[in-house]
Design a protein around this ligand. Structure first.
Ligand code: SF4
Length: 577
């Protein structure tokens, strides 16, 4: 039996240590590591995890590495590396080699596959696995067990031809309770994967995606159904999200899966990925999926411009995007709408065409990204050839989050304006109407309020202005994350300002002394600024408000970017689907 320690370095893109961001996807196990762990355990190896998101900092990481090596046996460490985590993974490797010099360190995942040379040049990794790494990881553990030298250097992954030969995920590896991707899905929720690979050719994704996976393969319907039944017995599973790149690409598989759910009498609510062209060509399949528990589809609409869609190799059009949205609305299927701005060659008019599309599609969840080139993709090469790459060799800013600047030649000020406009569902109320609703509908005539910075600083500052205009002499206190203290408008916070040491507000990490102090103030209201289209409901700020207002006459008020006040978080298109 070999001992294998898997490392999850997912703190890049500004997440940082102690990451209890409240982001639901952060509660999902990493599918690659969960599968490797299951396979290793199936073959009798011992597997442990170091999850950087749960650590307080690098000192704790080093201590955990040293601790795992405590009994002097040869330990294999395996790290999965997304491009955005490259700098973090390199730091992990360097610190690991310092505290456990004889550790055998294996790296796998997208970055070692697509940027192998850069990984190799660090000189820190003993084995770099390209593409699917389960079998190689098992071979390394077996070699260590036999006292042999494991495969070193660059090793090509060995794709498993029949995915049914792999075990189900190890659900015990990550110490997490998975949160549903949407608040409409019931708990317990667990993520699943039913297959690998994608048949399509989007230039921002391919051929990188194809290089990662050894061809398009599905697990059998029987295998997926068996896992669902097992999870219903063991975890009480009620809903799932399939993390496959494009589950709907195989119509026969989907229909067989729906039939199996029905004949087996399985009650399950689920969501998965789809494409606009697939939805339009298969409305009957979509209807059948809905009949068998489908609640939401994640759809890559990307752009409202036909020229840009062609440039992206999407094989769709703006018209197909709109028709797909109509079909989803008609069948009561919520949409997680994926859109992209800041694409090379995109004009200002084309950016606004995308904003227009977003408003017409009216998805339940708006995921608007700023294009960042994925290593190994066609558009990455395009950006390199056309001098569009920025000097960010650590790829710290290479996520598609709508912040920061990703490539040269893009007007990011325009994108930020477009982004804000796209998220503004409905018209912004006048100050008079906002005041009327607060006074008449919520019966609020506040003298002193506490406002949480639960949205971006610019949105937070706007709301402070609005509140000050609504009520003369209003005293405004605020809870603000220490890292952004200089971004908020201190002139408007004319009462107390309470800095907290967390990036994302978390009720359990607000010090008890602060709660005790805030409860003595007797607020008329605790205000939670929110976005009308956010999908999760601001659970953490909600909990903080509850703990402050408990036993007082104070009110909790959500106010969105359109100045609409509500006693509870109110999704902009709730009831539309
Ligand atoms: S973006 Fe999605 S549909 Fe397009 S190639 Fe990649 S996985 Fe396939």
């Amino acid at each position: 039996m070999a001992k294998v320690v898997l490392i999850y370095p997912g703190i890049g893109n500004g997440l940082g240590f102690n990451n209890d961001s409240g982001e639901r996807s952060q509660t999902w196990p990493h599918p690659g590591l969960a599968l490797i762990s299951a396979l290793l355990k199936q073959h009798g190896h011992r597997v442990e995890l170091i999850d950087l998101r749960k650590l307080s900092g690098w000192e704790m990481f080093e201590a955990q590495c040293a601790e795992r090596n405590g009994d002097g046996e040869k330990v294999v460490f395996g790290i999965t590396v997304l491009t955005v985590n490259f700098g973090i993974a390199r730091e992990c490797a360097s610190r690991l080699k310092k505290v456990v010099p004889n550790a055998w360190l294996v790296a796998g995942g997208p970055h070692p596959t697509l940027m192998t040379q850069q990984m190799q040049e660090t000189g820190l990794f003993d084995t770099l696995v390209q593409a699917e790494g389960e079998v190689v990881m098992l071979e390394i553990a077996d070699a260590i067990e036999r006292g042999e030298c494991p495969p070193a250097g660059i090793v090509k992954g060995k794709p498993v031809a029949n995915l049914d030969d792999l075990p189900f995920f190890d659900r015990d590896l990550f110490d997490v309770v998975e949160e549903p991707v949407l608040n409409i899905l019931p708990r317990p929720f667990l993520t699943l994967v039913s297959g690998r690979g994608c048949l399509y050719h989007c230039t921002f994704c391919q051929p990188a995606e194809r290089l990662m996976f050894g061809g398009v393969r599905n697990r059998s319907v029987e295998s997926v159904i068996a896992e669902i039944k097992l999870l219903q017995r063991s975890h009480g599973l009620k809903s799932t999200m399939f993390q496959d790149d494009c589950l709907t690409q195989d119509r026969d598989w989907v229909l067989k899966f729906c039939d199996a759910l029905e004949t087996e009498g399985i009650s399950l609510e689920w969501c998965c990925q789809a494409r606009a062209d697939i939805i339009c060509a298969n409305e009957d399949m979509v209807a059948r999926m809905h009949q068998c528990g489908l609640r939401a589809l994640s759809i890559g609409f990307e752009s409202g411009s036909d020229r840009i869609l062609k440039f992206l190799g999407k094989q769709t059009t703006a018209e197909l995007n709109l028709r797909a949205a109509e079909i989803c609305h008609r069948h009561g299927i919520r949409m997680i709408g994926n859109f992209m701005m800041g694409i090379p060659t995109e004009t200002e008019a084309e950016v606004w065409q995308t904003v227009d599309l977003i408003k017409k599609v009216r998805p339940y969840v708006y995921l608007i990204s700023f294009f960042a080139p994925t290593p190994g993709s066609g558009l990455y090469t395009y950006c390199e050839r056309n001098g569009l790459m920025r000097d960010d060799t650590d790829f710290d800013n290479y996520s598609r989050s709508p912040s920061g600047e990703k490539i040269k030649g893009v007007d990011y000020a325009l994108l930020r304006r477009a982004y804000r406009e796209a998220l503004r569902v409905g018209e912004k109320l006048s100050i008079e109407e906002m005041r009327r609703r607060l006074k008449e509908e919520m019966e609020l005539r506040p003298r002193r309020v506490l406002v949480m910075r639960s949205v971006r600083s610019d949105q937070f500052n706007e709301l402070l202005d609005d509140l000050a205009q609504c009520f003369d002499g209003l005293v405004i206190d605020a809870i603000v994350q220490r890292g952004v203290l200089d971004e908020v408008n201190h002139d408007r916070i004319n009462g107390e300002i309470h800095p907290v040491d967390q990036q994302f507000l978390n009720a359990d990490r607000i010090p008890e002394e602060l709660y005790a102090h805030l409860r003595t103030i007797d607020y008329d209201a605790v205000v939670i600024p929110c976005l009308a289209t956010y999908q999760h409901g601001y659970e953490q700020p909600h909990r903080i408000a509850e703990r402050i207002l408990n036993g007082t006459a104070g009110r909790r008020v959500f106010i969105n970017e359109n100045r609409e006040p509500h006693p509870e978080f109110h999704h902009a298109i709730e009831g539309a689907a």
